[in-house]
Ligand binder design. Structure first.
Ligand code: ATP
Ligand code: MG
Length: 567
């Protein structure tokens, strides 16, 4: 890996810098990202993935992608594929270092056997319920299992028979013999192997016993030569067990262990209005609250990508969040700030009227069409211009007209004058309503002296509206996305039913929306700014439909920038 990469420093970076200076692990840096393939990658995982990857790059080290596939019941090939696709899209590379925990099941079994032989592990016949009872509490020590002192020979024999499939699920487990009175519950003879008669997505029916995460993970780290094992904060209490496993592996299998891996924890990423837990995201998918893992409202990488987010914006967001020791919640507005920031100078502008109101210019000749020229990206001459037809019948946004407006409403109202962008100023002369009193048409006049770029009227016209001429309008479909959850903290205090916090209006579909003709020539990347309305993206799922379908990536309003300024 090249060491050109410069990383924003954080406490882990500084720790590794120090390790390298002191020559720890021979000055080597080797990290890994260990996703469990039981769901799609979400933006919280991205934090862990980028941190590991960037640290390896910053120290000219190595980075492994390792699937933690120790639970055959919930894991699927689909998730393995999607995780790799998402990581590649983010620019994360693992070269030839793709690993699966299951690759070394045989080695782990051998290690477990050696633990038994050394008297440091035993087969226990208590069931799950009993094990929990014996474990004790935070304030009370645990009680030793009656099987704790069974002979090494008996444990060895039973463990081998567990492997051979002689016993049913849950009948027996292998436990590490550590300390039932430890202040740390994880050290009270943790289960390290369990019986599970289930097919594994890679090993098929070869195994019916599977290692537990707390046993598998540290061992695999040391086996792969991971120098710095980084994980989120909830694993802090597991660190003594992590060390126990690594130390025992080094002691009992020194011939294949590559280093004494060490675990360091960092804060989890939480974002307002989002749920970041695969278990919960899975529920959203399975119960049909969203249309799949890649639904553009999901906080998954696949969802964000389909919504129109760029990898650059997501990486920029992670940089801004930084890496801390304790958990906090990041405002969702920061993520939308990052995508706007990326697209502002890149996304060509187009005029689209999402919620059309007809406007007729009564003094404009019936058949006359005039072409007006607009910059694709204002302030960037290299982005070129486009021509937009202007005519007698125009659409403007409903919200740009008010019959009885307050003083500071600088848009259209009876008797008021407003500029139609890059075209002429019009004055509203008459309001036409349907029998229910809804405004359905505005009759206006234009003043030829107000031609944009050549205004000789001498009047100051305050408001400028975007518009689409009816006659040559293209038609598109638009999906307006809003937060999936109304509540800032959808998970609330407890683990209550977060689906109650779902936003019933998180998706609004608009069809047959008028747009300027040049809407069809969407630049590469498929992202546009609809003037005054936000950033939009051609949903790749709908690329082949007759009519273009756009997802709204983000609105234009920039609450985050305001928040930052206020500080
Ligand atoms: P989830 O809670 O979504 O099920 P997980 O931790 O069980 O997450 P894994 O696939 O085991 O999912 O996670 C892979 C890595 O990503 C782990 O190292 C984990 O610490 C990290 N990770 C998961 N969620 C977050 C988060 N919200 N912020 C930062 N890192 C995370
Ligand atoms: Mg996990």
């Amino acid at each position: 890996m090249s060491n050109e990469f410069e990383m924003q420093s954080n406490f882990i970076y500084n720790m590794i810098l120090n390790d390298v200076k002191e020559g720890k692990h021979g000055g080597r840096v080797h990290t890994r990202f260990p996703p469990e393939p039981n769901g799609y990658l979400h933006i919280g995982h991205v934090k862990a993935a980028l941190l590991n990857y960037n640290l390896a790059r910053a120290f000219d080290g190595q980075f492994n992608l390792r699937f933690d596939d120790t639970n055959p019941v919930k894991e699927e090939e689909e998730f393995v594929d999607s995780i790799m696709e998402d990581l590649r899209w983010l620019g994360i590379e693992w070269e030839d270092r793709l690993f699966f925990s299951s690759d070394s099941f045989e080695t782990k079994y051998e290690f477990a056997k050696r633990l038994v032989e050394a008297g440091r592990a035993y087969v226990c016949d208590l069931n799950t319920e009993q094990i929990r009872e014996y474990r004790g509490t935070l304030t009370e020590p645990g009680e030793e299992s009656p099987y704790r002192d069974r002979s090494i020979e008996e444990s060895l024999d039973l463990f081998q028979r567990m492997r051979q499939g002689e016993f049913s699920n849950g009948a027996r487990v292998l436990r590490a013999k550590i300390d039932m009175s430890s202040g740390n519950l994880n050290m009270r003879d943790p289960v390290i192997y369990r019986i599970l008669h289930a097919d594994h997505h890679r090993t098929g029916d070869k195994w019916c016993i599977y290692p537990m995460y707390d046993f598998d993970h540290p061992f695999t780290d040391a086996l792969e030569g991971i120098t710095h094992s980084l994980c989120s904060i909830e694993y802090s209490d597991h660190r003594p067990l992590y060390d126990w496993v690594v130390d025992n592996a080094l002691d009992l299998m020194p011939e294949i262990m590559k280093c004494r891996s060490e675990q360091t924890e960092f804060a989890r990423l939480n974002i307002t209005h989002m749920v970041l837990s695969k278990r919960k995201l899975r529920r959203l998918v399975e119960e049909g609250h969203v249309q799949g893992w890649d639904d553009p409202r999901m906080p998954t990488v696949a969802g964000l990508r389909r919504r129109g987010f760029t990898a650059k914006a997501i990486c920029d967001f992670q940089e801004r969040v930084g890496v801390a020791r304790s958990d906090s919640v990041v405002d969702l507005a920061m993520l939308t700030f990052c995508i706007r920031n990326d697209l502002e100078s890149k996304a060509p502008r187009r005029m689209v009227v999402l919620d059309p109101l007809k406007l007729v210019i009564t003094n404009w000749p019936e058949d006359k069409t005039e072409m007006v020229e607009l910059d694709n990206i204002p302030g960037d001459a290299t982005a070129g211009t486009r021509k937009v037809p202007f005519g007698r019948q125009i659409y403007i946004e409903q919200e740009d007209f008010m019959e009885d407006p307050p003083k500071k409403f600088y848009r259209l109202a009876p008797g008021r004058e407003v500029r139609l962008m890059r075209a002429y100023a019009v004055t509203c002369e008459e309001v036409i309503k349907d029998p229910d009193g809804n405004v359905i048409e505005l009759r206006c006049t234009y003043d030829p002296k107000t031609q944009s770029g050549n205004d000789t009227s001498g009047r100051k016209i305050r408001g400028t509206l975007h518009w689409v001429a009816a006659r040559n309008a293209a038609r598109i479909d638009v999906r307006l996305y809003d937060n999936l959850f109304l509540e800032e903290d959808p998970e609330g205090e407890d683990d209550g039913d977060f689906t109650g916090a779902l936003n019933p209006d998180s998706l609004r579909v608009l069809t047959n929306v008028p747009a300027e003709p040049a809407i069809t020539d969407v630049a590469e990347g498929g992202r546009l700014q609809f003037m005054r309305k936000g950033y939009f993206y051609v949903d790749p799922h709908d690329k082949d439909k007759d009519r273009l379908t756009f997802n709204r990536i983000a609105a234009l309003k920039d609450t985050w920038a305001k928040i930052k300024k206020r500080k």
